[in-house]
Design a protein around this ligand. Structure first.
Ligand code: SF4
Length: 248
């Protein structure tokens, strides 16, 4: 697969150059490096950039056990399309059983604490395992996604996880992402065509109206929430609280 970006509009071509530079810098300065993928549109752009650049950056997915079928299918499609060995991390079985015993399978609808306990077991704790031993991780965060992400830097020290964190698409708009996907025939989740701007777990994500906050389809039943699960927002102590039943 060739790194041909000549067909892109000039502004997007510059954004691609910045993203490629950040990816190359991460790989050169902080190896080993890993890319966190939810299989959302931004992550598919990053996977494509890594593959086209033949960069030594591996890819992982947190399989929470509650992902959409379309997301699972896209993992299969992406592995075949790029020939990438995507790492798939699942929740600790004991912690998951304790969570289910305390809150039931859908306890996240009943309280913010139960929701954050679920995100901790299914996402935050597995993320720690995914990042162990790495010098940097890559995310598809964009500032335009939500108010909570408006100050996201392109590169930062991730104190909570103890490694460098690169956000190469931080200045990209949603249109940039989709222009790139169409220009390069990048595989993507068909749920985006049904109005899903952001795709997470099936019971906690829904389609949003055109122009709405891109994260507003997450945990829509909560009042005034940050629409974050604890993977990215520093200081979200509740989300990072040790889940019920997990050893100290
Ligand atoms: S998004 Fe929903 S189902 Fe997924 S880990 Fe968080 S609370 Fe649980």
């Amino acid at each position: 697969m060739l790194a041909d970006f000549s067909a892109l509009p000039t502004a997007l071509s510059r954004a691609v150059d910045v993203a490629r530079r950040l990816l190359a810098e991460a790989a050169a300065r902080h190896a080993p490096v890993t890319l966190a993928s939810s299989m959302g549109a931004e992550d598919m752009v990053l996977i494509d950039l890594v593959a086209r650049g033949n960069l030594p950056i591996d890819v992982f997915v947190l399989d929470t056990g509650r992902l959409h079928d379309d997301t699972q299918a896209l993992i299969e499609e992406t592995r075949a399309h790029y020939g990438l060995p995507i790492r798939i991390l699942v929740p600790d079985q004991g912690a998951l059983e304790s969570l289910l015993a305390e809150h039931g399978p859908n306890g996240f609808y009943r309280s913010v604490d139960a929701r954050k306990a679920c995100c901790a077991v299914r996402k935050v704790v597995p993320l720690g395992r995914a990042l162990a031993g790495y010098g940097a991780w890559i995310t598809g965060l964009r500032r335009a996604q939500s108010a909570a992400r408006a100050e996201t830097p392109a590169h930062e020290w991730d104190d909570a996880n103890g490694l460098e964190k690169y956000n190469p698409l931080v200045d990209w708009s949603s249109d940039d992402v989709w222009d790139y996907i169409r220009a390069h025939d990048v595989p993507y989740n068909p749920l985006h065509d049904q109005g899903f701007a952001s795709i997470g777990c099936a019971p906690c994500t829904r389609a949003v109206a055109p122009g709405a906050d891109e994260r507003s389809g997450r945990w829509w039943w909560e009042d005034g929430g940050s629409q974050e699960c604890g993977l990215h927002v520093a200081g979200d102590r509740l989300a990072r609280a040790r889940p019920a039943g997990e050893a100290e």
